[in-house]
Design a protein around this ligand. Structure first.
Ligand code: SAM
Ligand code: SF4
Length: 336
């Protein structure tokens, strides 16, 4: 087990396998002007797999592959297979926009991927193209269908809620009723210098605190005779305590509705994670600029140095983000 300096058991590693993406969501990534780092500065798949092996020896048990868009990284299926086969790794999941799932779900499943989170912020085709700048909602819907048909469990839908977008949130919550879809509303985080709402006039007021959102949804649900969302144990959705969401359910629903409050009710006290960027920096906290150079340690092929980097990250992990929001990085560079 790996305990940080505050006694939290850190067993979860989010790995951004690329900072590139086939979409350009307004809150995550600028449309243009990105200075792409040369591929040589990115970790190779072999280096990522080696990092996971050493991290597993230090107490990491669960991995989430993210990005940018993880499915645009060449060789991602092989990486999944290697990570799944790493001794000590108990569970491997992916966060994806789902666009490439119709092509890739089957091979990912065969490689051992069992859980997917698919990002979708609206059910309206025009609004989807607006938010993602050019995506087609039909592709995202197909991704969700394929994820369910392939057998991934759970299939979660991540929806970032932004006040000025006026998304139809009840329509989202309804997705959880007839099928085993776990809809999670994520508070918009105004991060990054050139996106995250900059230039769109979005402000901190565009973050709808989850408490407000739950009340809003319940009002709307009652008006149409759906009743209220009832709290359920998160263990019903994530038996291995995977995520920081609070979960609710409509009576008789096959899926659930979750709320992730990184800002209004931050979950730092239960934080169980480290993040590895595509460039090989190890980040102890999403909202801190603290970072440790895992790439140099990997490239020196000195396993002790790598273990040292992991231990440094654990021993400096802040107790809380102290309501600081954002870093100089864009979300697509961190992995969410
Ligand atoms: N491309 C993949 C996807 O969209 O699922 C994985 C990477 S994306 C950076 C990971 C998660 O971060 C997504 O669920 C996305 O909606 C979320 N995200 C990105 N920018 C955000 C922001 N400013 N506030 C809250 N969540 C954000
Ligand atoms: Fe790409 Fe995901 Fe960021 Fe959207 S949220 S731009 S899909 S990385």
């Amino acid at each position: 087990m790996a305990f940080d300096q505050h006694g939290r058991d850190i067993d979860y590693l989010r790995i951004s396998v690329t900072d590139r993406c086939n979409l350009r969501c307004l809150y995550c990534m600028p449309e243009e002007g990105i200075h792409w780092k040369p591929h040589a500065e990115m970790l190779t798949l072999e280096e990522i797999a080696r990092f996971v092996r050493v991290a597993a020896g230090e107490g990491i048990k669960r991995i989430r592959l993210t990005g940018g868009e993880p499915l645009v990284r060449r060789g991602i299926t092989d990486l999944v297979r290697r990570v799944v086969q790493t001794p000590g790794i108990e569970s491997v999941a992916m966060t994806t926009n789902g666009i490439l799932l119709p092509k890739m779900a089957h091979s990912l499943w065969q490689a051992g991927l069992s859980r997917v989170n698919i990002s979708l912020d609206t059910l309206d085709a025009q609004q989807y193209s607006h938010i993602t700048r050019w995506g087609s909602i039909d592709d995202a819907f197909k991704g969700i269908e394929v994820a369910l048909a392939t057998g991934f469990k759970p299939v979660k839908i991540n929806a970032v809620v932004v006040r000025s977008l006026h998304q139809d949130l009840l329509a989202f919550a309804r997705l959880s009723i007839d099928r085993p879809l776990h809809v999670r509303f994520i508070e918009y985080m105004p991060v990054g210098n050139t996106c995250g709402g900059a230039g769109l006039g979005w402000t901190a007021a565009d973050t709808i605190p989850n408490e407000e959102l739950i009340d809003l949804l319940n009002d709307q649900a009652r008006q149409v005779g759906l009743g209220s969302l009832e709290p359920i144990s998160e263990l019903a959705v994530t038996p291995d305590n995977w995520g920081p969401a609070r979960y609710y359910q409509f009576a008789g629903a096959l899926g659930t509705v979750g709320f992730i409050s990184a800002l209004s009710r931050h979950f730092c006290g239960q934080c169980n994670r480290l993040r590895l960027t595509a460039e090989g920096e190890l980040l102890p906290c999403l909202f801190s600029d603290l970072q440790f150079d895992a790439k140099s340690a990997l490239r020196s092929a000195d396993e002790r140095a790598l273990r040292q980097v992991l231990r440094q990250a654990l021993s400096t992990k802040p107790a809380s983000h102290h309501h600081r929001v954002g870093t100089s990085r864009q979300m697509h560079q961190i992995g969410g």
